[in-house]
Structures are given as structure tokens and as C-alpha cells.
Design a protein around this ligand. Structure first.
Ligand code: B12
Ligand code: SF4
Length: 588
């Protein structure tokens, strides 16, 4: 990675490159559990790609967040007086509809002037084929889908820039590189070649995250929030970044040692635990605070306590250095994710964890009785983990997963959803996440959810759309009355966020952070109202309408292959992608 960054800097001395990066955002996803953070935290993925470009010597880069610029239209974008050379889109699966709208609009630019259009992020990492449509009436498609991280993107850039002639667009250099097979040496790309999709393979992952470009670059590239369709003359000034993104998402570690069947994280990380050093994280926090005024951070960790020695290196460095020294902008505070099991295992070190600035931990409790999933949690050790955190002034934020066999209430037993929510609140939970077990792309359970006929295609005539794939909607269930599951989720939230609890949090709080607890109750009540308004209609359809199931595993409808004609790494068994082998082989 370090060598690649240096080589690109040499190219940058000879070549200018203008890039616009858009983050797609579907406003229909604005419901619990993350209704505040979704708008008030500039996402790390687009910032990381922007940082990589700026670090490589291409500062003419702008990051547009659809959540801040809902009317942004790529066809009208101008940067430094002209169309950009490169238009990048980042999307989560649930924002796919908006991602496709951006692609369609970018394709309205006449081909001879069109920027190279590339899509990446968690949508294409798992389903790169999905952005290449099959409908001849709607042919708009990106030039390329990326199924990897910065390393893949910069490797691609190196190939393209090394082959970019002076009198041509970057897109035409891409088309030539593609046809000459130059892209095939970069694993992590999917492009169209005639009637097929070519998948260059599974990405090579960067292990030492200290080699990543510094995230501070990305914060300088943000487009200021606006209602307009075009871009402003300059990016959001550094001293106004905090106003719009008071929380900074930072990459610290990636990976988790558990292997829950419904979770894509261990496989995505190729079973590796990847991380930055304590010194590097300290430098990032301090620099982002000093340059942009952001002193609250959220670690993009999958399980921060995954490895005790590595965690201790990070927290001891942060606890001893400038991060915790008084500062005119305030001390640095941060939160992240961990498991119950590892929190209990870290019990002797929680004082150090707090000293490092941690004030909130999102904990994947799922089901306290471990009926749904076993990852070292039980009623007793979950309560113990929460007690320990509370005692150390760290807010525990449980993430629960409701499932078909869990009742709403079980008298005298801790199995029911409300019984568990009650216990968690008593144990000091400050927020609550309750989602329904749903198919997650990239997880072991994904295909089975479809092949077993569990997944819904529609209910009451309404199709399951992408924005509903956030586990807040019941879209896969064997329960005879699935509407009850949807209702249970609403009741659990109402049980947790309500005026009575607000009063209790202010006058008899279980946590030392009672003001934060009260604030979270207020935001939570507003968010519950919004969540109920959004999901009530779906519940009624589940109750009154006909439920149509689907057993078709989503897969590429365009034949997909590796560069040498073998099976494609990103194809799903069962989809046309893998069945490609015979029919497409015959057609070639
Ligand atoms: C922090 C986080 C959040 C924060 C996001 C806040 C913010 N605005 O940043 C909050 C808490 C709000 C959140 C909410 C949700 N999240 Co979330 N979240 C994460 C988490 C833990 C870290 C994200 C992150 O910052 N990663 C670090 C960055 C650097 O990685 P990245 O975004 O993947 O980007 C890299 C690559 O993808 C690639 N890339 C990205 N874009 C592009 C574009 C191009 C052109 C290229 C070439 C490359 C590229 O390069 C980047 C650098 O390496 C991830 C898991 C994870 N470890 O990544 C889940 C994750 C993104 N979340 C997920 C989900 C499902 C949700 C929710 C639906 C949960 C829920 N039930 O409500 C909501 C959705 C809310 C909404 N309306 O959007 C899923 C998405 C699954 C999918 N396939 O789309 C993830 C991947 C977790 C998982 N594995 O299941 N989340
Ligand atoms: S513990 Fe959490 S991050 Fe780890 S595999 Fe299970 S669900 Fe995924």
C-alpha cells in the first residue's frame, strides 16, 4: 500500500485528476435504531476513498453526501470549471434505489464527455452484478463495480492513469484498458464485456491499517449541505465541518473471531483481525479534533475487544497520551462495538478503557438466553457485562435480534422480548436496538433463507424493496402471524423509550451519565414515533394481505465469469452467475 501511494504521487506530478464521490442515501431508511447518526456522521467509506485520492496527490476531489444534498444531480456537476474525470458512487444495500438513480442521471451525460462511472461500497462488495441492469428499456449502468477497499481502488487508478493519453477522457482510457485485459490483474473489479460480466476475483485485503491514508484529508473534501442540484465553488470549510458532522467515524480495527451464521463480517475480513496501532489512532483523533473541532468519535469496529493484547495496546496508548489531556475543544470521547463475552473478559481493564475516552459500547446481545445464537452470552453474563460497564461510567447500548420463536412476554422467565428489554434497562442500557433476523448478503444463512422459502417477495401487494432490507421490517418469517413480530418490535421500542422512563432517567438514573441518558430518551421517543409511522403500513399488509414468498436466491441475471473463463468469485450459488458455466461456455 505504501509503495502504491508513492507511485501514484509520482504520476500526480504529471497529471491532474478531478473526482466527485457521491454517497447514496434513501431517506425512507430514516428510522430507529440509528436516526441521529445517519445524518450527523459523515460516513467513513467515502471519506476513505477521498483521503486516498488527496493523499496520492489529487486534491481536486469533492465528496457529496445525498443525506446533506438530497437534490444533487450528477448530470449537472462541475468541479474546477468542468465535468470531473471520475464519478464514484458508494452505496449500502438499502440505499440501492438512490444509487441506481445516480447512475441513470450520470449516464445522461453524452458518452464522449462522460466521466468514468464507478460504484463501490457494501452494496457492490456482495452484489456487484446488481448495478448492471438487464432491462433493455433501462440500460444505464456504471462502467465498473469495485468489490474492495482503498487498495483495490488505488491499484485500479494506477492502471488507468498509466494508460491515460493526453487527448482522451479517463473513460476512454478505461475502455481500452478493459479491452486489452489490463484490469484483470487487479482482483476486486467487475465490468461488462459484451453480454457477460467479468469478475477479477476476491480483493486482497490490507492487513496493517497504519498504511492507510490519513482520514483527515477526507474531511476537507465534503460538499456543504444544500438543496441545489450542483456543487459549490469550494468544499465545506474546515471550521464548519463540526457543525454538520459532530461525530467522526474512524476505522480502528476490522474483524471478529466469532462466526455467527447470520453475519457477513468474519468472511468479509477473510477471517483476519486487521487493525491500526494505538499511536496511529491517537494521531488520527488528535488531528481530526485540532483541524475540524470533532472530539466525539465512533469506531467502525466489528468487535473492538476481539483480541485482548491488541485492545490493551490501543487503550493504553490513548489513555496515556494527548487524547485525554484537557483541551480548549474538550476531551476526546468515543464509542464502539464489542461482544458480551469479550466485555466480561476485559473486566479488569475497563478502568483503562474509560481512561482511553470510551463512554459508550454497542453490544451485540441478540438474545440473552442464547437460543437464537451462541457467542458466549447468557442472561447472567450479559447483566454482569452491563453492570461492569455502568460501574466504570461507560454506557452499554444493547443490540437485540428478535426471531420467530421468541414471544413478546414470558411470565417469570427471561426469554420474552420485553422481559429481556426490561432486564437490559435495569442493568443500565442507555439505548436499544431491536431488529428482526433477516437475510444478510455475505452471511452463511443468506441463501438458505431463500431456498427454504422463508423470504418474502411481497405482502398485501407491496413488494419488498431495497430500503426495507435493514432488518427493521419483517421480510422473512415462518411465524403464522408475522405481523405480531412487527408489532413486537414497536412495543419493545415503546417499552424502552417513553415519558415515564425519561423522568426516571432524569431523577433516578442507573447511570452516572444521567444527562446523556435523558437526552437519549427524548431522541428515542421522537424516533419511535417516526419508526411506527413508517412500519405500521407494512404490519397491516402482513396482517391483512396475502404474503408471497420467494425461493429465488438473488443472483446475477447476466452471465458472470472470471477473466480466464472460470466461475466468478462474487457469484452466488443458485444464481445464473454460477449456472453460467455450461450455457455461457457453449455460447462463447
Ligand atoms: C459505522 C456503521 C454504521 C453507522 C454509520 C454512520 C455513518 N454515517 O458513517 C450507523 C450506526 C449509522 C449505521 C447504521 C446502519 N448500518 Co451500519 N455499519 C457501520 C460499520 C460498523 C462501519 C462502517 C464504516 O465506517 N466502515 C469503514 C469504511 C472505511 O468502510 P466502508 O464504508 O465499507 O468503505 C470501504 C469499502 O466499502 C470501499 N468503498 C466504499 N465506498 C466506495 C466507493 C467506491 C467507488 C469504491 C471504489 C470503494 C468504496 O472502500 C472503503 C474504504 O475501505 C459497518 C461494518 C463495517 N465494519 O464496515 C456497518 C454496515 C455498513 N452497516 C450495515 C447496516 C445493515 C446498517 C443499518 C441498516 C443497521 C440497521 N438495522 O439499522 C443502518 C443503516 C442506516 C442508514 N439509514 O443508512 C451493513 C451494510 C450491509 C450492506 N451490504 O449494505 C454493514 C456493512 C454491517 C454489516 N456487515 O452487516 N452503520
Ligand atoms: S459476534 Fe457480532 S461481529 Fe462477530 S460474527 Fe457474531 S454478529 Fe458478527
Amino acid at each position: 500500500m505504501t509503495g502504491l501511494r508513492e507511485r501514484l504521487r509520482l504520476i500526480a506530478k504529471r497529471r491532474d485528476l478531478k473526482t466527485v464521490i457521491a454517497y447514496s442515501f434513501d431517506f425512507r431508511t430514516r428510522i430507529l435504531p440509528f436516526i441521529y447518526a445517519d445524518l450527523r456522521m459523515a460516513p467513513a467509506g467515502v471519506r476513505a476513498i477521498g483521503s486516498a485520492l488527496a493523499d496520492a496527490g489529487f486534491p481536486k476531489t469533492r465528496i457529496v453526501l445525498q443525506q446533506w444534498n438530497p437534490n444533487f444531480r450528477p448530470s449537472g456537476m462541475r468541479l474546477d470549471g468542468g465535468l470531473p474525470d471520475l464519478f464514484l458512487i458508494s452505496s449500502l444495500q438499502l440505499h440501492s434505489a438512490e444509487c441506481m438513480k445516480l447512475i441513470r442521471d450520470a449516464c445522461r451525460i453524452e458518452p464522449a464527455r462522460r466521466p468514468l462511472v464507478v460504484v463501490g461500497g457494501p452494496k457492490t462488495i456482495y452484489e456487484p452484478w446488481a448495478v448492471f441492469p438487464v432491462d433493455p428499456a433501462d440500460p444505464a449502468a456504471p462502467d465498473l463495480a469495485v468489490t474492495g477497499e482503498e487498495f483495490v481502488f488505488l491499484s485500479l487508478l494506477e492502471v488507468l492513469l498509466s494508460n491515460w493519453g493526453t487527448n482522451e477522457t479517463l473513460r476512454s482510457a478505461f475502455l481500452r484498458a478493459r479491452d486489452e485485459g489490463l484490469l484483470d490483474s487487479v482482483p476486486g473489479l467487475v465490468y461488462r464485456a459484451g453480454e457477460e460480466l467479468v469478475d477479477t476475483g476476491i480483493q486482497r485485503l490490507l492487513g496493517n491499517l497504519d498504511e492507510l491514508p490519513h482520514p483527515a484529508h477526507g474531511f476537507r473534501l465534503l460538499e456543504a449541505p444544500s438543496r441545489g442540484p450542483t456543487l459549490a465553488g469550494r468544499a465545506l470549510p474546515a471550521d464548519r465541518v463540526f457543525e454538520h458532522s459532530p461525530i467522526g467515524a474512524l476505522v480502528m480495527t476490522f474483524g471478529c473471531k466469532f462466526s455467527c451464521k447470520y453475519c457477513p463480517i468474519p468472511a468479509y475480513n477473510q477471517r483476519q483481525h486487521r487493525l491500526k496501532s494505538g499511536a496511529r489512532i491517537e494521531d488520527e483523533m488528535v488531528r481530526v479534533r485540532d483541524e475540524f473541532g470533532i472530539r466525539h468519535f465512533f469506531g467502525a469496529d466489528d468487535n473492538f475487544f476481539n483480541n485482548r493484547e491488541r485492545t490493551l495496546d490501543i487503550i493504553r496508548t490513548l489513555g496515556a497520551g494527548p487524547v485525554q489531556k484537557p483541551h480548549p475543544r474538550g476531551r476526546i470521547r468515543w464509542g464502539t462495538e464489542a461482544t458480551v463475552h469479550d466485555t466480561v473478559a476485559m473486566r479488569e481493564h475497563l478502568r483503562e478503557v474509560r481512561r482511553a475516552g470510551v463512554r459508550a459500547l454497542w453490544i451485540g446481545v441478540e438474545d440473552m438466553t442464547a437460543t437464537l445464537v451462541k457467542k458466549g452470552q447468557s442472561v447472567d453474563n450479559t447483566t454482569e457485562a452491563f453492570r461492569l460497564l455502568r460501574e466504570h461510567g461507560i454506557m452499554p447500548m444493547p443490540m437485540m435480534m428478535h426471531h420467530d420463536s421468541q414471544p413478546l412476554w414470558t411470565p417469570g422467565k427471561p426469554y420474552g422480548l420485553l422481559n429481556q428489554v426490561h432486564r437490559l434497562r435495569q442493568a443500565g442500557a442507555a439505548t436499544l436496538q431491536v431488529t428482526m433476523l433477516s437475510p444478510a448478503t455475505g452471511s452463511k444463512l443468506y441463501e438458505e433463507t431463500f431456498t427454504s422459502g422463508l423470504a418474502y417477495e411481497s405482502a398485501g401487494g407491496r413488494k419488498v424493496e431495497h430500503y426495507m432490507l435493514d432488518s427493521n421490517y419483517v421480510i422473512a418469517s415462518r411465524h403464522p402471524k408475522p405481523w405480531l413480530k412487527q408489532l413486537n418490535i414497536m412495543l419493545a421500542y415503546l417499552f424502552f423509550y417513553n415519558p415515564v422512563r425519561l423522568l426516571i432517567s432524569l431523577f433516578r438514573s442507573k447511570t452516572s451519565l444521567w444527562l446523556a441518558d435523558g437526552f437519549l430518551q427524548v431522541v428515542g421517543m421522537w424516533a419511535v414515533a417516526r419508526t411506527i409511522c413508517r412500519t405500521f403500513g407494512w404490519m397491516m399488509r402482513l396482517m391483512r394481505g396475502r404474503i408471497v414468498r420467494t425461493s429465488r436466491v438473488p443472483g446475477s441475471r447476466v452471465p458472470m465469469r472470471s477473466p480466464n473463463g472460470g466461475p466468478a468469485g462474487h457469484a452466488l450459488p443458485g444464481g445464473v452467475a454460477l449456472r453460467w458455466k455450461e450455457p455461457a461456455g457453449a455460447a462463447r
